[in-house]
Design a protein around this ligand. Structure first.
Ligand SMILES: Nc1ncnc2c1ncn2[C@@H]1O[C@H](COP(=O)(O)OP(=O)(O)OP(=O)(O)O)[C@@H](O)[C@H]1O
Ligand SMILES: [Mg+2]
Length: 510
């Protein structure tokens, strides 16, 4: 007899249905797993045998064949343990054969028969729901899976014994409750930053329109500090975004305790990050930092210290909002709608452009250092600002600074205006100015006569690329939204153009 259990293989954030077929038949005693298993899946043979033994079920002296269909789809990960074990139990009659028909099963087994948490419970639950099935997953992944919907049947047993008792009706498993991470109000606050008013304004504009931002300044001027305060002014994730973000984090095994949060991701990879760490890849084509920052911020501190190839690999995700990992036998796509925020010193010694300072290595100090960032990547950055050293008077007797809460309200209002506009335009999928298409921005951000003249002059003189031109329009639209005005005026364009023209230190380098 062949017992069948449904499970999934993950391709990106999608769960592809996999059929686990288990046959116990006379023949050479042993257990074999076929169907392109990777090392972790092949090793599940040992775990399954031990776990079944620990649960009081010994294997018969027969040949056990496990087939993972479709046979040409690579199977990776340890979550195949539980479906294989349940298939075997069904084939041996330890659980009713029809009990498993309505479920997709994922889980890793420990040798003592308990079930260990696995990555990807949320996408598996969503996939199961789409198939009209329930989900059997480890107890520790239950809270995460429960987010897939209140109508989906979820069993989250601690051990094989608990599950077989449930099927026999001697011990009923209750449905796990979705858990939320408390958004503790201990985020660093903008009010901690003394002075730097124009940098704070740029941070607010970037947050309001989801624009990419680059901060250039000498050491200790507060660039890293400013970036760390960006999450405190960003609006919370929309419900649809929350699910997408959580699916990626679930696949990466980064949902702490299976709890979801509506806080936007803020990823700060170290500058030693490799291509696989940034874009995704490695064993099992895991999502990289760019995808983990989906609908949030990717903060690259010490920008030029990153490997140029790694930085340039971000060019494509910045345009298409997804990372594609191509492998010899398959292709994996992860969403990556990121807001890139970067900080750097103007040169290797860090002081170029400071009054009275001249670099020991002359102008090459600046050009060599900044040359590590390619022109096309720079072209994708809408707002570039200069963050000069804080003045002594700002440090000693600072003005009362605005708190993050005040700025966050303005940002939220500007985002609401944008969302309403996109809904009225018939593109509710877009939620910020930075994400809208060129055709849309041309109609949505049509400048008045004065603005148009300014834009024409600036585009000619500063030789904007087509992308640059559209990005200036997008930033100007955000500035008008922050003001709450319908038309994009000369004043908005002037500010947007000033952000496009690199900070004084960068211009000095050109
Ligand atoms: N505007 C400011 N207001 C208050 N404290 C500041 C300010 N700027 C810098 N500091 C102080 O200086 C420290 C260093 O700031 P930060 O790490 O943000 O500098 P940075 O610009 O990122 O420098 P680097 O280029 O070396 O990375 C902060 O921890 C803080 O104590
Ligand atoms: Mg820093």
């Amino acid at each position: 007899m062949v017992a069948r259990v449904s499970t999934v293989a993950f391709q990106g954030i999608e769960g592809v249905p996999v059929d686990v077929q288990v046959m116990v038949a006379p023949g050479k005693v042993g257990m074999q797993i076929v169907g392109l298993p990777d090392k972790a899946v092949a090793e599940s043979r040992e775990r399954v045998q031990a776990a079944l033994h620990a649960s009081g079920l010994s294997l018969p002296a027969k040949k056990v064949t496990v087939n993972l269909a479709p046979a040409d789809l690579p199977k990776e990960g340890s979550h195949f343990d539980l479906p294989i074990a349940l298939g075997l139990m069904a084939a041996l009659g330890a659980i009713p054969a029809d009990a498993l028909g309505g479920y997709v099963v994922i889980g890793e087994l420990n040798l003592d028969g308990t079930i260990a948490a696995v990555a990807g419970a949320l996408p598996a639950a969503i996939g199961a729901n789409a198939l009209g099935k329930g989900l059997i997953c480890p107890a520790d992944s239950g809270a995460e899976a429960a987010w897939a919907g209140s109508n989906i049947d979820i069993l989250a047993p601690r051990s094989l014994i608990a599950l077989s008792n449930h099927f026999r009706g001697t011990q009923v498993l209750s449905r796990p409750e979705p858990a939320i991470r408390s958004n503790a109000a201990n985020m660093p606050d903008l009010a901690d930053i003394k002075g730097q008013e124009s940098a704070k304004r740029a941070l607010e504009v970037a947050a309001a329109g989801n624009h990419n931002l680059l901060m250039v300044g000498p050491p200790g001027s507060g660039k890293s500090m400013l970036a760390a305060r960006l999450p405190s002014i960003l609006p919370p994730l929309l419900p649809s975004e929350l699910l997408e973000v959580s699916m990626i984090h679930s696949i990466a095994g980064q949902l702490a305790g299976g709890k979801l949060s509506d806080r936007r991701p803020f990823r700060t990879p170290h500058h030693s990050a490799t291509m696989a760490a940034m874009i995704g890849g490695g064993l099992r084509a895991r999502p990289g930092e760019a995808s983990l920052a989906h609908h949030g911020v990717l903060f690259l501190d010490e920008f030029p210290e990153f490997t140029p190839q790694v930085l340039d690999a971000l060019r494509q995700p910045l345009e298409t909002a997804e990372c594609i990992i191509a492998r010899a036998n398959h292709r994996v796509t992860y969403p990556a709608a990121i807001q890139l925020v970067a900080a750097m010193n103007p040169c290797r010694c860090g002081m170029a452009g400071e009054p009275g300072h001249s670099c020991a290595r002359g102008p090459r100090c600046v050009t060599d250092y900044q040359g590590r960032i390619s022109g096309p990547l720079m072209d994708r950055i809408d707002i570039r600002i200069d963050v000069p050293a804080v003045t002594a008077s700002d440090l000693i007797r600072p003005m009362q600074a605005e708190t993050s809460a005040v700025v966050a309200t303005r940002v939220a209002r500007a985002r609401e205006i944008q969302r309403d506009r996109f809904i009225a335009f018939g593109t509710p999928g877009i939620s910020s100015n930075a994400r809208c298409t060129t055709a849309m921005i041309e109609t949505m951000a049509e400048p008045d006569a004065g603005g148009l003249q300014l834009l024409r002059d600036a585009a000619e003189k500063l030789k904007f690329s087509a992308r640059g031109y559209h990005r200036v329009l997008k930033v100007a639209r955000t500035l008008a939204d922050l003001d709450g005005t319908l038309t994009v005026g000369r004043i908005h364009l002037a500010e947007a153009i000033s952000y496009r023209v690199a900070g004084a230190r960068l211009t000095a380098a050109a």
